[in-house]
Design a protein around this ligand. Structure first.
Ligand SMILES: Cc1cc2nc3c(=O)[nH]c(=O)nc-3n(C[C@H](O)[C@H](O)[C@H](O)COP(=O)(O)OP(=O)(O)OC[C@H]3O[C@@H](n4cnc5c(N)ncnc54)[C@H](O)[C@@H]3O)c2cc1C
Length: 439
């Protein structure tokens, strides 16, 4: 893990600092021993939620064949262990930037996410994965009149979809969260909280016996067809089938260069807070709050008495840690001016893969090569269910859920550089300004 110097762009993600969620867990030894075999039935690039789900499913459906999963990072040091741990089983961020979901599409997505959540829960239970699974739903709250409009528009969609919710007035918000920062909010039961690093570790460490996991081993090239050659820093492996689950970094292997971008976002985690400080964070023991603007700030009070703040975006590069610290401290202070300290024990950045129209690429790239890429910032649950279905598709299975996912919109074209950078960076700046106090 790199800790200083410029953040990486290119073949795989390298960060200034490790994941706070992962650092809070007991040490785990990454699996870095090269396999003796170089030929596998399937090679999966990426050991996030998508890659592990695909590998697990293929290994279950083809018990006589072997699967190699390769990741550039130790498990839980990638975005899979850097995210905020919301498992949201609804279309996310609708009406906050043109991502409206027509009824039929929304119903398909909800079916997919519900199936994914049920599957993940089975895996968590059957493998005793201690990841703080808490199905207590999530809050959305607005600090501005534009934010209120966004939330009301989202609730209009909930009504159309037949989804329950509870509206919350400013006094109740203040009691729940210990701040008068927000003027309107609602609770939606469609969310489970997890400790994301614990979940991804548990999934990686419970893979079927015919899966070989290789961590800390970047894939640097992919070529061939019929028989693919996957080249890593230390070796070359072959397989008739390759699954790409490395999100925006698939671009570096020549895939979907004109469809996907990497956007970094940032989080800070406090130390465990003393009881009198925790009381300032409201009456609920564990809660999570999603902002009313895409460029807003997510908050989480964790089961073990810490506070997490996630905010800010940057294009294709990680911003400096000092900048991250200043931004997140400001977000924290504005909401909770009375805390004794606004210090973070951990600060980190992570990547998400975004597409122009919010659609994920799912399916066949060319014969033998499959991909699920572009989770658009909400990929813990989506990645899990899409990865599972991609594994099923790759072995030739069919199901109504697979038909659903194949019927969804595909990512639209993005202009080449430098127009892409100019467009994205100015959109981030404009939206951040517009977000105002939601930031
Ligand atoms: C700060 C933050 C907060 C977030 N909060 C949430 C949230 O609360 N809920 C939610 O659903 N989503 C959230 N997300 C997004 C979520 O983390 C992603 O959507 C999710 O991790 C996507 O899973 P994935 O398996 O598709 O991709 P990833 O998790 O990105 O996995 C891709 C893997 O590919 C590996 N890789 C890349 N290039 C190479 C290469 N060349 N060779 C080998 N391996 C490679 C990476 O190391 C990585 O492990 C958040 C993201 C961040 C950064």
């Amino acid at each position: 893990m790199k800790t200083s110097g410029p953040p990486a762009t290119g073949t795989y993600p390298i960060y200034y600092s490790g994941s706070g969620w992962n650092a809070m867990l007991p040490a785990r030894q990454p699996r870095t021993v090269l396999p003796r075999d170089t030929a596998f039935g399937t090679i999966v690039v990426g050991a996030g939620y998508t890659g592990l789900a695909a590998a697990r499913r293929i290994a279950e459906l083809e018990p006589d064949k072997s699967v190699l999963v390769i990741d550039a990072a130790p498990v839980a040091e990638s975005s899979a262990g850097r995210n905020s741990g919301f498992l949201i089983n609804l279309p996310h961020n609708t009406n906050m930037g043109g991502h409206a979901s027509p009824l039929e599409v929304a119903h398909k997505q909800i079916r997919l996410y519900d199936a994914g959540l049920e599957w993940l829960k089975q895996l968590v239970d059957s493998n005793d994965i201690d990841c703080g699974w808490n199905p207590q739903g999530k809050y959305h709250a607005a600090a501005t009149s534009d934010g209120v409009k966004n939330l009301k528009a989202a609730l209009e969609q909930y009504r159309e979809w037949g989804i329950p919710y509870t509206e919350i007035d400013p006094d109740a918000l203040a009691a729940k969260f210990g701040t008068r920062y927000y003027r309107y909010g609602y609770h939606s039961p469609h969310n489970v909280f997890v400790q994301p690093a614990a979940l991804i570790r548990g999934l990686a460490d419970s893979l079927p016996a015919n899966v070989y996991l290789l961590e800390n081993e970047p894939v640097v090239a992919l070529d061939g067809s019929g028989l693919f050659r996957v080249q890593t820093v230390r070796g070359t492996f072959q397989a008739e089938r390759v699954i790409l689950a490395n999100n925006a970094f698939a671009k570096a292997l020549g895939i979907l260069r004109d469809r996907i971008i990497a956007i970094y976002t940032y989080a800070g985690m406090t130390p465990q807070l003393p009881e009198e400080e925790l009381q300032k964070l409201g009456q609920n023991e564990e809660w999570g709050l999603i902002p009313a603007n895409r460029l807003g700030t997510t908050l989480r009070r964790t089961q073990d008495g810490r506070f997490m703040v996630r905010s800010a975006y940057s294009y294709e590069r990680e911003q400096a840690l000092e900048q991250t610290k200043a931004l997140l401290t400001d977000c924290y202070k504005r909401r909770y001016p009375n805390m004794a300290s606004h210090g973070f024990e951990y600060l980190w950045g992570g990547t998400t893969a975004l597409t122009r129209n919010g659609a994920t690429f799912f399916g066949l790239v060319r014969p033998g090569l499959y991909a699920s890429l572009g989770c658009n910032g909400a990929g813990v649950l989506k990645g899990s269910v899409y990865g599972k279905l991609l594994g099923e598709m790759a072995v030739g299975s069919q199901s109504p859920l697979l038909s659903d996912v194949l019927s969804l919109e595909r990512p639209t074209w993005l202009p080449p550089e430098p127009f892409r950078r100019i467009g994205v960076v100015s959109t981030i700046r404009y939206q951040a300004k517009k977000a105002g106090l939601e930031r």
